[in-house]
Design a protein around this ligand. Structure first.
Ligand SMILES: [Fe+2]
Ligand SMILES: [Fe+2]
Length: 252
C-alpha cells in the first residue's frame, strides 16, 4: 500500500465531515418534504439517501484511519441542518436548498467516477465504488425533487425560484470545484491518486463537463434556461476566487 501523504489524510478527513454534513442536510430536506406531504416515494428515497451519507461518512473515516489519521472529525452543529427563511413559504425554501442538493449530487457523480479511475488502495477504492453507486441514485433524487416541485400549483413561481437560485449555486460549486488560482495546486503528488485524490485542475474540468453535459440539458428539460447563469459564471472567471481543493462543501 503506498504511503499516505498529509494531503491524503486531510482530504479524507474533510470527506468524513462533508458526508456527515450531507446526511444532516438531506435529513432536514426530507423533514420539509414530509411536512409538505409531497410524495411518499420521495420521502423513502430521501431517507435512503440519508442512510447512504452516514455510511459514506463511516467508510471515509476508515480510509482516513488507514491513511494514518488519528483526529476525530470536526462536526460543527451550526452547519448540520438547513436554515429556514421565515419570510418565504416552506415550498420556496425547499426549492432553494433542493436546487443546491440536486446540482451538488449531479457534480458528485462525475467527480467520484474520476477519483475512482486512479485509485488503487483497496480501502479507498471500495469506498469510492460504494459512494459512486449511491451518488447516481442521489442525483436522481435531486432531479425528482425539482420535477415534483414544478408540478405543485405554484409551479411557475417554483421555476422562477430555481432560475433565481442558479447563479448562487453555480458560484458555490465554482468555489468548491472550479478553476482558479489555487496555491496548493502545484503540491499535488501523483502518488496521492492511488488514495483517490485528483489535482485541483481536474476538479475544475469535471465541473465544466457537468455544466455542459448535465446542468444545461437537464435544466432545459425542466424548461429552465441556465444561460443567464453561464453568463454570470464567465464574469466570475476573472475573479480570483478562493477555491477549495477538496470537498469543503456538502457532498451533495
Ligand atoms: Fe455521499
Ligand atoms: Fe450524495
Amino acid at each position: 500500500m503506498p504511503r499516505a501523504s498529509d494531503r491524503v489524510k486531510r482530504e479524507w478527513e474533510l470527506r468524513v465531515e462533508a458526508e456527515y454534513k450531507s446526511a444532516a442536510f438531506v435529513h432536514h430536506l426530507v423533514l420539509w418534504i414530509i411536512q409538505l406531504g409531497l410524495s411518499p416515494d420521495l420521502i423513502h428515497d430521501g431517507l435512503r439517501v440519508v442512510e447512504d451519507e452516514l455510511d459514506h461518512a463511516e467508510m471515509s473515516h476508515k480510509v482516513y484511519v488507514a491513511a494514518g489519521g488519528r483526529q476525530p472529525p470536526v462536526l460543527d452543529r451550526s452547519l448540520l441542518g438547513v436554515p429556514r427563511n421565515p419570510r418565504v413559504p416552506l415550498e420556496l425554501d425547499l426549492v432553494e436548498w433542493g436546487t443546491s442538493l440536486c446540482l451538488g449530487e449531479t457534480v458528485a457523480v462525475r467527480l467520484f467516477a474520476h477519483l475512482r479511475e486512479g485509485c488503487t488502495v483497496t480501502v479507498a477504492r471500495d469506498t469510492l465504488e460504494r459512494i459512486l453507486r449511491d451518488e447516481v441514485r442521489h442525483r436522481q433524487f435531486g432531479w425528482d425533487l425539482l420535477g415534483l416541485l414544478l408540478e405543485i400549483p405554484t409551479g411557475r413561481q417554483v421555476r422562477e425560484a430555481i432560475t433565481a437560485r442558479l447563479p448562487s449555486v453555480f458560484s458555490e460549486l465554482e468555489r468548491s470545484y472550479g478553476a482558479g488560482a489555487d496555491p496548493v495546486a502545484s503540491q499535488f503528488q501523483e502518488e496521492d491518486r492511488a488514495w483517490g485524490l485528483a489535482a485541483p485542475e481536474e476538479y475544475a474540468r469535471v465541473f465544466e463537463e457537468t455544466f455542459e453535459k448535465d446542468f444545461q440539458p437537464r435544466l432545459a428539460e425542466l424548461g429552465i434556461d441556465a444561460q443567464p447563469a453561464w453568463a454570470t459564471r464567465r464574469e466570475w472567471a476573472g475573479e480570483d476566487c478562493a477555491k477549495a481543493q477538496s470537498f469543503s462543501g456538502p457532498d451533495l
